[in-house]
Design a protein around this ligand. Structure first.
Ligand SMILES: Cc1cc2nc3c(=O)[nH]c(=O)nc-3n(C[C@H](O)[C@H](O)[C@H](O)COP(=O)(O)OP(=O)(O)OC[C@H]3O[C@@H](n4cnc5c(N)ncnc54)[C@H](O)[C@@H]3O)c2cc1C
Length: 354
């Protein structure tokens, strides 16, 4: 069986981002790479969205960028501008196609369906297959979205609706998320924060249809695409192994208070590429401890006071948009942090400290 210098377990977002980053920086000219990916086809299965707080490799896979967003709660709608850090959505289908076409040109890179097809004893492994602890009290962000096309022009395609809390909460945290790609085309998602042990809130299709038809008042529409998923709001077990680095969700790249992972994966890929010559001695890359600490408390508040969350989210967004975006994208300074902390109702956080 053939030996490889590097092995990437899982050719999804993190595995392919890393392979691409190494390849375009000529780190695979004299090294071999095996990517282990069991899926049959690479087709669009996710829409990765984020505020663009730094340059990334996938500007040409952007489905759309927006300079405005809104939040709806019981007390009304808040409008925010984000032209400095546009909100971008990546079509995973374009992302896979771009990367696979690029990697195919390098004969040092090969794809396999199973790790048993190669010899790995001397390889350095980048693992993106998470080992998730399915404990009943762990929180997940679980969601389902339809991309629809309506007959009439019903959407304002200049502004996204990040969170619409004007919906049934059922003692969890629930909101709708609308990304209008065109005036008659949008991705609409129902999103829950829960431990995923209540089947009553998993009737996603009914929830989206009701929202489209009753809240958005769209009667004539076609479903173009559907996506469904669950992001763990806890870090997978990260067992330290010799000659192995965990990447992606498996490597703790999810910001636990928001589920945003895509840009952290890009930052991690860059860090690995910059240090690939000394990979065995590399210290673990992780989301800043400050955010890990604050997110831990935030998640406790979600679990203890789910009914308060729509007001808490709404209060957080009362600050200047750039500050909250930087905070949610791990780019804030101490002054940004203080202005956000000052806006949120403290009693729930103080009670959730211990
Ligand atoms: C539907 C969805 C939408 C999301 N939207 C956003 C978003 O808008 N913004 C954001 O920042 N984050 C988002 N996320 C979170 C995160 O960015 C994604 O989950 C991202 O795909 C994580 O990348 P990954 O490489 O860790 O995992 P994946 O992309 O899931 O890749 C893991 C790969 O491992 C493969 N695999 C599985 N088992 C094995 C095995 N035994 N051996 C080898 N390979 C295996 C899988 O087939 C898969 O291709 C979303 C997640 C989901 C599920």
């Amino acid at each position: 069986m053939k030996e490889y210098d590097y092995v990437i377990l899982g050719g999804g977002c993190a595995g392919l981002s890393l392979a691409y980053e190494l390849n375009i920086h000529n780190k695979l000219q004299n090294k071999t790479l095996a990517i282990i990916e069991p899926r049959k086809d690479y087709i669009r299965d996710k829409t990765w969205s984020f505020w663009k707080v730094f340059e990334h490799n996938f500007e040409d896979c952007i489905k759309k960028s927006w300079g405005n967003f809104s939040i709806n709660s019981e007390t009304g709608t808040r409008y925010l501008e984000c032209k400095e850090f546009p909100y971008q959505s990546i079509d995973s289908g374009l992302f896979y196609k771009k990367i696979i076409n690029n990697l195919k040109k390098n004969q040092n890179i090969n794809f396999f369906k199973s790790v048993h097809e190669i010899e790995t004893s001397k390889s350095f492994i980048f693992n993106s297959v998470p080992s998730l602890d399915q404990k009943g009290n762990n929180l997940w962000q679980h969601f389902c979205g339809y991309e629809i096309q309506s007959i009439e022009n019903v959407f304002d395609d200049k502004i996204i609706n990040l969170m619409d809390f004007d919906c049934e909460q059922k003692n969890y945290v629930h909101f709708f998320y609308t990304l209008p790609f065109e005036k008659n085309k949008a991705l609409i998602e129902t999103t829950w924060l829960s431990c995923m042990n209540d089947p009553k809130i998993m009737n996603y299709d009914d929830q989206i249809k009701e929202y489209i038809e009753k809240k958005l008042r769209i009667k004539n529409y076609e479903i173009l695409y559907k996506e469904q998923g669950a992001i763990p709001l806890f870090h997978p077990l990260n067992i330290k192994k010799n000659k192995q680095i965990n990447i992606g969700t498996a490597g703790g790249m999810t910001r636990l208070s928001t589920g945003y992972t895509f840009l952290n994966i890009q930052e991690h890929s860059r860090y690995i590429r910059e240090n690939i010559e000394n990979i065995s001695k590399l210290s673990i890359f992780e989301i800043d401890k400050k955010y890990q600490f604050l997110d831990k408390i935030f998640l406790r508040v979600i679990q203890n006071y789910p009914g308060e969350m729509r007001n808490i989210f709404s209060s957080m967004f009362k600050v200047n948009a750039a500050k909250i975006i930087k905070f949610l994208s791990n780019e804030s300074n101490i002054f940004d942090d203080i202005s956000i902390i000052l806006k949120i109702p403290k009693k729930f956080f103080i009670r959730s400290l211990f």
